[in-house]
Design a binder for this molecule. Structure first.
Ligand code: BJW
Length: 262
């Protein structure tokens, strides 16, 4: 189906000087990466993601939780950036200085050409030692290849070769602080932008969900792309209902044309 943009949407983006792109799991959905609120499958079907993404779950059953992350890591490795990720990189080409802030723990923005996305919730690819969060984990390589099938399974986390403690996923779990530098960069960019584009996030998880609110309160125009209503509807001047991979390329192409750079 052809995407029809509401009047003025492309002009808003094409005219903007300082843009923040704020993304969530929905932008990677069409690359085959499940969103956080999709039902889990296989070994993890009886859990909610919210139950597994906690320090308590990891320390109660490290094999269950590490196996889940290895399975997800393998899935992301096999996934490719979609048209939505590519369109985000095209915004960075159109409007230099655009800041991409993502809640996602995958690397699909980087692989689509985004320059330096700010990762608020860490990365699947940066495991670290549980005792010394400052040092990245040195551990015997587990590539995730062993869980590359669709089943997944329990896997014992490796041990840090420096101190012998467990290695944990380098992501931010519920109840944990976000990385300070990333949060500061996100707040600063949101406070100073004139357009914030929020894409594929439920807007339910804090403090990340504050970022679009900070932009709105600072006078920026918030544009949202999401097939479903979210709590961010009320601060979004432009609500584009639909999939990121479909709407975003149309929006960005039109913004390039408006800016006279077809
Ligand atoms: C499409 C689409 C398509 C589908 N195209 N769209 C204030 C109020 C209430 C609670 C709190 C609060 N402040 C803090 C809290 C507690 C808690 C919290 O927010 N809880 C809520 C659930 C209520 N927050 C925390 O615990 C945070 N830490 C904290 O506050 O620490 C305090 C502290 C300070 C100092 C010292 C110590 C502590 C940490 C939050 C960490 C979140 N981490 C996770 C897991 C990461 C690792 C992993 O992936 O396993 O991050 S949770 C999960 O949610 C993940 C995501 O990044 C995050 C956001 O989810 P997202 O991206 O929005 O995805 P979904 O699945 O929710 O939505 C997908 C959307 O896409 C939907 O809207 C679809 O419609 C849409 N979509 N297809 C476009 N094709």
């Amino acid at each position: 189906m052809e995407t029809v943009l509401p009047p003025g949407a492309a002009e808003l983006l094409g005219r903007a000087r300082r843009v923040v792109v704020f993304t969530g799991a929905g932008i990677s959905a069409e690359s085959g990466v499940p969103t956080f609120r999709d039902d889990l499958t296989g070994l993890w079907a009886r859990f909610d993601a919210e139950q597994l993404a906690t320090p308590e779950a990891f320390f109660a059953d490290p094999e269950l939780v590490w196996g889940w992350y290895e399975w997800r890591r393998a899935r992301v490795r096999r996934a490719q950036p979609n048209a939505g990720h590519l369109a985000v990189a095209a915004i960075e080409d159109l409007i230099p200085g655009t800041v991409v802030i993502t809640q996602n723990v995958d690397d699909l923005h980087e692989r689509a050409g985004s320059r330096a996305p700010v990762h608020l919730h860490g990365s699947l690819f940066a495991p670290r030692c549980v005792t010394e969060s400052a040092h990245p984990a040195d551990f015997p390589t587990t590539t995730g290849e062993e869980v590359a099938d669709d089943e997944g399974g329990r896997i014992a986390p490796p041990r840090c070769v420096r101190c012998g403690a467990l290695v944990r996923p380098g992501v931010v779990w519920f109840g944990e602080a976000l990385p300070g530098a990333a949060l500061t960069a996100a707040v600063e960019a949101a406070s100073a932008c004139d357009v914030l584009l929020t894409i594929g996030t439920s807007g339910l998880v804090y403090p990340a969900a504050e970022i679009p609110h900070i932009a709105a309160h600072s006078g920026a125009t918030v544009m949202q792309i999401n097939p479903q209503p979210t709590p961010l509807d009320e601060i979004s001047a432009v609500n584009l209902r639909g999939s990121a991979a479909q709407i975003l390329p149309t929006l960005v192409r039109a913004a390039w044309e408006f800016a006279g750079k077809p």
